[in-house]
Design a protein around this ligand. Structure first.
Ligand code: TRP
Length: 437
């Protein structure tokens, strides 16, 4: 293998809807794995608070505001480093709403009819003898398209989610495919990453831990509440000294999600040796509390400083928009929302429409640096950048070139070179195509 080979970075993206306080299931299934992924070398992460999605399910403004703060603080308390990732609030990125519309126009209504969440509402209405769409908002129907925009905006490769979200990722792939077929290869096909333990983390009653079953243990419950909730986990009626089975034991499964291999083995043996349920619950409480206590303290410190979380999220939005703004410009060009002064002649019938606009192509070289090229409609290169340390820096330069055209080129101090033989007029015309106003 070529030692100089650097794999291109994998982009991870995930969001949490801001309608409540996070519980242990969210922690094990989403927060903890996404923090781990954000530390892997070669991974670029986008993590966000899905507050537009929250409006679909919740019409209590104060609750949405509070939940946004709590979920942001939870992610940070769990060790997310906002310097390493783009950590932002969905509603701070207006391009998401804009892309939602472009995707709406390439999404089949029939596909949305088949979305599990929408279908469940319709089935419920049918069973009750109501109009099929009674109390179903267009927002619920459009949920998968908004989610598609979240994912496709940042060219995400991997999307860590719970099992129930897999269908949404498949729909995002479908939208990307349809868009690319119509307008050229702009969108990247995402893939769901499902943490097996997510689907499995049981709640107090043994069913999957979920807000809708009202069987959750809040991640940052105070110690005494945590202890009380754990005492309420369902067990069978076996008495102390009777051997117990780990299969189907909610208590054991929750323990396993927090403990190391040897700890889990020890509890398995204790079950066989007939540990009493009270002692097993005490062990579980201590194990969770050991893991959660330092985070709980950081969480409360963070919650006490909402202003600094606000500042941090705004900085995150700036990072995310450095990518979203130029990409949205590219997509506007692609679909024909263009500057009229750069009119392209009407294509002959049957001619492919795919490359009738210039494009910025971003890539990574073996040296690990990020580069871009500007190519014209005949795929002829017009501009070549030198290397940037991060894709974000490259995107920022693209963004200024799109906004200010030739004048911005002069400010780049030679970091962006004009290809030999390219006239200023050709370059000016190509850059003008991106200008929105
Ligand atoms: N629908 C997700 C949930 O309820 C939250 C979400 C919104 C999301 N947009 C996303 C998750 C994009 C992953 C990627 O859990």
């Amino acid at each position: 293998m070529n030692p100089a080979f650097t794999p291109s970075p994998q982009r991870y993206l995930t969001g949490i809807t801001t309608t409540g306080a996070p519980h242990l299931g969210n922690f094990v299934g989403s927060i903890r794995p996404s923090v781990v992924a954000s530390r892997l070398p070669g991974v670029q992460s986008f993590y966000f608070l899905a507050d537009y999605h929250a409006l679909i399910k919740c019409d209590e403004p104060a609750r949405i505001q509070r939940s946004t703060l709590e979920i942001a603080a939870s992610w940070l308390a769990a060790g997310l480093d906002p310097e390493r990732v783009a950590f932002y609030r969905q509603s701070d990125i207006p391009e998401i709403a804009e892309l939602t519309w472009l995707l709406t126009c390439v999404t089949g209504k029939g596909m949305l009819n088949r979305a599990h969440a929408y279908k469940a509402s319709v089935d419920k209405n049918a069973a009750a003898g109501n109009d099929p769409d009674a109390d179903v908002s267009a927002g619920l129907f459009m949920y998968p398209v908004l989610m598609g925009a979240d994912i496709l905006m940042f060219k995400s490769h991997k999307v860590p989610v719970g099992r129930d979200q897999i269908q949404h990722i498949e729909m995002a792939r479908d939208m990307a495919q349809r868009f690319n077929h119509l307008y050229g290869e702009h969108l990247v096909m995402p893939e769901a990453v499902v943490e097996e333990s997510v689907a499995l983390l049981p709640g107090l009653d043994g069913r999957k831990m979920s807000k809708s079953y009202n069987n959750t243990i809040p991640l940052f419950a105070p110690r005494d509440q945590l202890s009380r909730l754990i005492a309420g986990i369902v067990t069978d009626s076996r008495t102390p000294r009777e051997p117990k089975e780990v299969e189907g034991s909610a208590l054991f499964q929750i323990y396993q999600a927090f403990a190391s291999e040897p700890e889990t083995t020890a509890l398995r043996k204790a079950y066989a040796d007939g540990i009493g349920w009270g002692d097993a619950k005490q062990l579980l409480f201590e194990r969770i509390d050991r893991e959660v206590a330092p985070m709980r303290q950081r969480y409360h410190e963070l919650i006490g400083k909402p202003g600094s979380i606000e500042t941090l999220l705004r900085a995150g939005a700036e990072k995310a928009r450095a990518v979203a703004t130029p990409f949205m410009n590219e997509l506007r060009q692609a679909v024909g929302l263009r500057n009229l002064a750069s009119q392209t002649s009407a294509p002959a019938k049957g001619k492919s429409l795919k490359s009738d606009v210039p494009a910025f192509k971003q890539y990574r070289e073996k040296d690990g640096q990020y580069y871009f090229k500007l190519i014209d409609t005949d795929a002829r290169p017009l501009l070549q950048s030198s290397g940037f340390d991060s894709p974000r820096e490259a995107a920022l330069v693209i963004s200024t070139l799109q906004k200010d055209g030739l004048t911005a080129l002069a400010d780049q101090n030679g970091k962006v070179k004009i290809f030999e033989g390219v006239s200023t007029e050709a370059l000016d015309a190509a850059l003008k195509a991106f200008r929105v106003n």
